[in-house]
Design a protein around this ligand. Structure first.
Ligand code: ADP
Ligand code: MG
Length: 387
């Protein structure tokens, strides 16, 4: 696959699709991590004398009222500060002002175009990969670089559309994600353990079905464990259960003995209560909100002997201090010589917020995109770039 390093960028108009989808409240950026993560690729293009044209989406635009809160201008200001360089913001997604600005660019200049999803107001042109829009954006540049991993699982005008018309490659961020995740999915070093948790089985069927074939063991915690435990005939009280997926769980448990379920739980009467206790048998009015200490020990045996680990889904309601212990304990188990990949939006924030990001090999930045990779799917924003 071509990367930005494979192109001669000197004097070229290079369109880079970045992921600037940062949280913004009243015009103030709450977390600029995504902007920082794009800097490598942008700086590389600047240092190689490219004319850098940046495109990103921000939030969702369904009606006129969504426009001001999803304005990318604050991002252009922050990006300028981080680059210590002027970033010209064009408050339009097309038209003569944009075209003139592009035509007047000098080598090393940076332009950020307004939120690509402003085009969604008029018949979802960005999100439905409108042919004419992709072609138009492509006409502004000479080379296209996709560095927005988090939107690569969607075929939009600003990734697939543009890439269909220009010589294309991936940026450093996408390259890092693929380099870390793909080998583990395609050729994992055994013993290979998958840890899954989170809330719903239904969200993760694709991941389970793909990884169960490849792994040696699948450790299941979190809310989804209770659908499996109930399928096994256990009383799970008020725990999160998806009755529509009991059949799926039953069949899977019958088909494979790779699945390891919790043997004790941290339970409470409600999520709001500040009282919890550990039990092997869940009462009718109780709900399981974290894995218990014996489960932690059980999981540890499998984790300790693994060479490769993929983890998706916190094993408890980690947002609440009472139910963090399982997720924290798992973080602490990982050793330097193991390859540990964390995928999924909440899993990433759990590992980062609990302070264990340096215990793992790679935390994927793209929630939905990383899940689709774990499902073994091709990402349209990547496959369009080809080998
Ligand atoms: P990811 O975004 O990493 O794919 P999910 O979205 O599937 O993960 O799941 C994350 C959510 O699962 C968290 O908000 C967490 O509170 C919830 N969760 C974890 N364990 C339980 C549980 N036992 N009962 C209910 N919800 C749970
Ligand atoms: Mg999630």
């Amino acid at each position: 696959m071509k990367t930005i390093r494979d192109f001669d960028l000197d004097g070229k108009r290079v369109i880079i699709r970045v992921d600037f989808n940062v949280p913004i409240k009243n015009g103030i950026i709450q977390d600029d991590n995504k902007i920082r993560e794009s800097l490598n690729t942008i700086k590389y293009a600047i240092n190689n004398d490219a004319k850098v044209i940046l495109l990103s989406h921000l939030g969702r635009v369904k009606e006129v009222a969504d426009l001001p809160k999803n304005d990318l201008e604050p991002v252009s200001i922050r990006l300028g500060e981080l680059l210590r360089k002027k970033v010209l913001f064009i408050n339009k997604t097309r038209g003569s002002e944009l075209e003139n600005a592009v035509n007047n660019m000098k080598n090393g200049d940076v332009i950020l175009i307004q939120n690509t999803r402003y085009e969604d107001l008029d018949g979802k042109k960005e999100s439905s990969n409108d042919k004419e829009l992709g072609k138009y954006w492509a006409s502004l540049g000479e080379i296209f670089i996709n560095d927005a991993f988090g939107t690569s699982h969607r075929a939009h005008a600003s990734n697939v559309g543009i890439a269909s018309h220009l010589p294309s490659g991936i940026g450093f961020l996408v390259e890092k994600e693929l380099k870390n995740i793909l080998p583990v999915i395609e050729k994992p070093t055994h013993p290979f353990t998958v840890i899954m948790g989170g809330s719903k089985v239904s969200d993760k069927i694709g991941v389970i079905d793909n990884l169960i074939k490849k792994c040696d063991h699948l450790l299941v915690g979190g809310g989804m464990a209770y659908t499996f435990l109930k399928a096994n005939g256990m009383e799970v009280g008020k725990s999160l259960v998806e009755d529509d997926y009991l059949d799926y769980a039953k069949k899977l448990l019958k088909k494979t003995d790779k699945i390891i379920l919790p043997i004790d739980n941290v339970v409470s009467d409600s999520l709001e209560s500040n009282k919890s206790h550990i039990t092997k048998e869940i009462g009718p009015d109780e709900m399981g909100l974290d894995i218990g200490p014996e489960t932690i020990e059980l999981f540890k045996k499998y984790i300790d002997s693994s060479k490769t680990i993929i983890w998706n889904g916190p094993v408890g309601v980690f947002e609440n201090k009472l139910y963090q212990n399982g997720t924290k304990s798992i973080c602490k188990m990982f050793k330097k010589e193991q390859t540990v990949i964390v995928g999924g939006g909440d899993s990433a924030s759990a590992v980062i917020n609990l302070g264990y990001h340096n215990k793992v090999t790679h935390i994927s930045t793209g929630g939905g995109a990383s899940l689709e990779l774990l499902e073994g799917k091709d990402l349209p924003g990547i496959s369009v770039i080809g080998d």
